[in-house]
Ligand binder design. Structure first.
Ligand code: ZN
Ligand code: ZN
Length: 331
């Protein structure tokens, strides 16, 4: 089968003909239809995340149809069912985190497209317990960006509790999806883009945000919570200063530049900073249940598998008009 392979971080992916995997115990073999490109793929390819499997097939927002059901698959999945394969690919199910509904923190967790092979390929194997059914309301291209940007964004959003005024810093894919849910749930969204990014501000405004501006601007009202999706540590003290007492800054990314120091008074008043790591299956299920009701609309730009490097480069330089989606065997 054809696959785009990372042989070494900080090098372009190479198109390779590799053996088609076969499903092990509890696994599904999935014929990949589409795979959306996530910022985390960039962090892996750019060597910003430690110890990836090498060589590695990246990609963890995978949509496909089941080709083969491995032995011991203890679920409702059958051949030809459409499934989504997310970032969280395996957990041990027995550590203190797994046993307390925090499988996202499992010490031995494995991740699709990072420590196990992902979806920049014609086929992928996945542990059936971590695959999702996908609403038929979405086609293969439109549903792919929901699988990480949407699910992780949703976990970040849930960490903001019942915040009425919600700031979102970094208006990329996750922000685009989560803003739609926040507005559906009657929150006021304050969107912060890169300073001077008029196009980004326009697209945020179109979603119905209460206020949009540059991340260097002070919003007209204090925020109850803020989510930072941009991998920019300097935004943490900035967002903190925009919060009302008792507010929380949620850092939604897996990688962020260092956070500069700031005066304690900015944290005082029971403000809090937290991060969001990975996702649980429950986050995914909740998100996939609410998304078609909103309904959450995705925007994407499609590429053939062999153009994965072009997709990654356009992502890196901020030139994408939506989520990059590799179209591999859709339709
Ligand atoms: Zn565990
Ligand atoms: Zn991701």
């Amino acid at each position: 089968m054809r696959a785009m392979v990372l042989e070494k971080p900080r090098q372009p992916l190479v198109l390779r003909d590799v053996p088609k995997p076969s499903p092990g115990l509890g696994q599904l073999l999935v014929r990949v239809a589409t795979c959306a490109v996530c910022r985390t793929d960039l962090h892996v390819v750019d060597g910003e995340l430690p110890d990836p499997k090498l060589p590695l097939i990246p990609g963890h927002q995978i949509v496909g149809r089941i080709e083969e059901v491995g032995e011991g698959v203890n679920s409702k999945f059958k051949i030809d069912d459409r499934v989504g394969i997310p970032w969280l690919g395996w957990t041990d199910g027995e550590c203190v985190y797994c046993r307390s509904n925090r499988e996202n923190l499992c010490d031995r967790a494995r991740f699709t497209g990072y420590t196990i092979d992902g979806g920049y390929a014609e086929f992928v194997v996945a542990d059936a317990r971590f695959c999702f059914y996908l609403s038929e309301q979405y086609d293969d291209v439109d549903v792919a960006p929901l699988l990480c940007a949407g699910m992780l964004g949703y976990r970040s959003y849930r960490k903001t509790g019942d915040a009425r005024r919600l700031g979102i810093y970094g208006f990329g894919n996750a922000a685009h999806l989560i803003t739609q849910i926040a507005i559906y749930e009657d929150r006021e969204v304050f969107a912060f883009t890169r300073p001077g990014d008029k196009a980004g501000q326009e697209s945020a405004r179109k979603l119905g945000t209460t206020w949009t501006g540059g991340s260097d601007e002070i919003p007209p009202e204090k925020l109850d919570a803020a989510i930072i999706f941009a991998p920019v540590g300097a935004l943490v003290p900035t967002a903190l200063r925009a919060l009302a007492k008792g507010g929380t800054v949620v850092c939604g990314g897996i990688h962020m530049s260092d956070i500069p120091s700031f005066p304690y008074v900015d944290l005082w008043g029971e403000r809090a900073i937290c991060s969001v790591a990975n996702l649980t299956r429950r986050d995914g299920e909740e998100f996939l249940e609410i998304a078609p009701r909103v309904p959450v609309q995705t925007r994407s730009e499609t590429f053939p598998l062999e153009s994965a490097n072009i997709a990654l480069e356009k992502f890196r330089s901020g030139k994408l008009k939506g989520t990059a989606v590799l179209v591999i065997g859709a339709g």
